[in-house]
Design a protein around this ligand. Sequence first.
Ligand code: HXC
Length: 258
Amino acid sequence: MAYENIRLESQGPVTTLTIDRPKALNALNSKTLQEIESALQSLTSETRVLILTGGGEKSFVAGADIAEMSAISASQAREFAALGHRVMAALESLPCVTIAAVNGFALGGGCELALGCDLIYASEKAKLGLPEVSLGVIPGFGGTQRLARLVGKMRAKELIFTGGHIPAAQAKEYGLVLEVLPPEQLMEHCRTVATKMLKNGPLAISQAKRVIEFGADQDLRAANELERQGFAALFGSEDQREGMKAFLEKRAAAFTGK
Ligand code: HXC
């Protein structure tokens, strides 16, 4: 499918989705969000790791599109937020691993997009933040909730109330990004992490993602029950048999994802 504002490129099991509207610092207008949504729907089990990044030199995603939002009504705002929430939920529900390669500004909806990914790595040039209150609104793509769950309620309040842009190193200190890399090493680092994951059982990684993701919102008892079910569900799969057999035969496993 031909996209206008994104690029979707696969190299074997690693797919890269680049948000590519550099003239607006990759701001998310409705069209871009719809394109991301349809790109996510188009992924097949061939894709084991999805890397999201921003086109151009300066920006991952500088937020939702302020020009578009400036002209919408409250009911259109509800639909716009719902579209963004669908994209983040789709990222969390994907069976593949999602990595945000934050190459520059990740502000507002851009920071929220990164928060929808499993892992966030950032360039030394990146700046992150949720500056929505400076525009008279609040984060609307799940940022109030995901940021608070990730870095704690008080730090999330500080970041959201001040609306500041924090450098990548500070974001790492807060636990909002995993690692900070020189700009030219960011994508390579993400691919290296992807390669390490590709050696492991695809079904097991998907199951681990599902259990962590859906268990995080439940009490420990219910979450542990999810884990028990997920663990048992893998038994009888070819990957489980192959993984254990390969260990006993002292060789590398050849997983098929079945
Ligand atoms: C639309 C944007 C944009 C955005 C940048 N641009 N961010 N357009 N929406 N979010 C456009 C600018 O208007 C400008 O277009 C071009 O990109 C380059 O931006 P500059 O401001 O000239 O660049 P610079 O001076 O380097 O400043 C970079 C910046 C600044 C610090 C990132 O652009 C900025 O503060 N952007 C807005 C960040 C923000 O508030 N994001 C949160 C949005 S609200 P022209 O045509 O003039 O060259 C949000 C809500 C999510 O995300 C939830 C919704 C439901």
